[in-house]
Design a protein around this ligand. Structure first.
Ligand code: HEM
Length: 449
């Protein structure tokens, strides 16, 4: 097959680079092979070449092509067993379109104002656990907080024993899934044998069954609830129908709840952790941000916080420099597809590389510097800057995620005195599909402001 050049090393060597030092690996490929290259790694137990590219003209060509000629679901095969076959992440065609059309509106518009107030309360509750003089690992804090927020938004009933158990079990399951045993168990079919409850696959089966039981109980409650007495996504989806008047089955609801919990917390936790990291590496940015947030007076509503220009620029710049996902989902053409000087065979994995596009010096001068002002000085096209991807797979939680980032950052900076003792830089770590700061990045708490 006529694929762009790329590293010649064994796929295991490339996989190691991709998994253990992803940003350096991508930088090396770009400097050696240019704007389009092929890497070979194995995921879901299968070895598959992936074509990555970072020239905005190529990104545009792919993201504006007719979506009917592409599939993406297979790219997430390794997640299929736990997100379920109806999940947005693994489906294509009519099923994908129908679910997207029904789920996406729940994360936009006036819903955000309701979620925003709850995000703020949950953030204050979590922060209140820290005493004067204590310190906290920012990634772990953000992981816990974003888990609580997404469970509250999607499943609701914050104080019910079921919701609280779901939060704890799901977080534990994600820790396992993103560490080596979970990664191997879900990617290597040969070890998917239940050899007792302590074996990796035995643990996987037990935990997914326990999580499913909790989700099905929540589905039963949501179906009985009146729409006007609940705010959560599950209740709205349990009552929603498509144009033909057909609603979701319980299994479809279960698959999408798991999908939203997975897609909706690791990504935001990574982005919020990086934001706090850069804000504390640049005291002048922190000062300017606090002044902007305080200019809103006592108790501003969430929408006013969301619209703050400098806070928006800080969040945009964080997602430019450290996009939570370094590549958009794979697009596999159903027919031959030409991109640049290459003609790709059907089923080639084509992936716009978010990280490398965001680091092009011709578009973002001094690309490794954290400079929020660049977003106040000019606008970027959706093919130059696309932390949430594009076309028919664009992140359905994009507005919600930006809302959450801003509310949480504003709540912390406004109400708490926090500082970083040590200003050294930290290396990016992979956690599952996201790129995060290491757990060793900590902030000190000096009480309320
Ligand atoms: C800062 C946080 C986030 C980032 C950077 C992010 C980024 C992305 C990206 C790059 C994609 C792939 C888009 C493409 O290939 O074109 C995606 C897809 C998706 N995201 Fe997000 N995301 C974030 C938060 C969220 C949240 C909060 C939710 C849920 C509430 C969510 C739900 C999804 C779903 C369901 C998809 C699959 C869409 C589809 O295939 O149709 N994400 N996200």
């Amino acid at each position: 097959m006529n694929l762009p050049p790329g590293p010649k090393s064994h796929w295991l060597v490339q996989y190691r680079g991709w998994a253990q030092r992803p940003l350096e690996f991508l930088d090396e490929c770009q400097s050696r092979y240019g704007d389009i290259f092929t890497i070979k790694i194995a995921e879901g137990g299968r070895h598959r070449p992936m074509v990555l590219f970072s020239d905005p003209a190529m990104v545009k060509q792919l993201l504006t092509a007719d979506v009917k000629n592409f599939e993406s679901g297979e790219g997430h095969d390794s997640m299929r067993s736990y997100v379920g076959e109806n999940s947005l992440l693994v489906s294509d065609g009519g099923l994908h379109r129908k679910h997207r059309n029904m789920i996406k509106p729940q994360f936009y518009g006036e819903h955000l104002l309701v979620y925003g107030e709850r995000m703020r309360n949950l953030c204050d509750e979590e922060m209140a656990g820290y005493k004067h003089g204590g310190s906290f690992s920012v990634r772990q804090f953000m992981q816990r907080l974003s888990m609580r927020i997404i469970v509250d938004t999607v499943v609701g009933a914050k104080d019910s024993a079921e919701t609280q158990e779901l939060e704890v079990r799901f977080a534990r399951f994600m820790d396992w899934l993103t560490a080596m045993p979970g990664h191997l168990a879900t990617n290597v079919p040969a070890i998917q044998i239940p050899l007792g409850p302590l074996s990796p696959w035995g643990y996987y089966l037990r935990e997914t069954a326990a999580i499913d039981t909790l989700i099905y109980k929540s589905i039963a409650h949501a179906k009985k609830a009146q729409l006007d007495e609940r705010y959560d996504v599950l209740t709205m989806l349990a009552h929603a129908t498509d144009q033909e008047g057909i609603g979701f089955t319980d299994k479809e609801l279960r698959d999408e709840v798991v999908t939203l919990l997975i897609a909706g917390h690791e990504t935001v936790a990574a982005a919020m952790s990086w934001a706090l990291y850069y804000i504390h590496r640049h005291p002048e940015v922190k000062e300017k941000l606090i002044a902007e947030i305080e200019s809103l007076g006592e108790n501003p509503d969430s929408n006013s916080i969301y619209k703050l220009p400098y806070l928006t620029a800080v969040c945009d710049e964080t997602l430019r420099l450290r996009p939570s996902l370094i590549v958009a989902f794979t697009r596999m053409p159903k027919e031959k597809f030409s991109l640049d000087k290459f003609e790709f065979e059907p089923r080639t994995n084509l992936m716009p590389c978010i990280y490398l596009t965001h680091h092009r010096p011709s578009i973002f001068p001094a690309p490794r510097e954290f400079r929020p002002e660049r977003f106040l000085e000019r606008q970027y096209s959706p093919y130059e800057y696309f932390p949430f991807g594009g076309s028919n797979r664009r992140c359905i939680g994009a507005a919600y995620a930006q809302y959450e980032m801003k509310i949480v950052l504003a709540t912390i900076l406004r109400n708490w005195k926090i500082a970083r003792k040590n200003l050294t830089s930290v290396n990016a770590r992979r956690r599952g599909i996201t790129i995060t700061p290491p757990d060793s990045f900590k902030l000190e708490v000096f009480g309320r402001r």
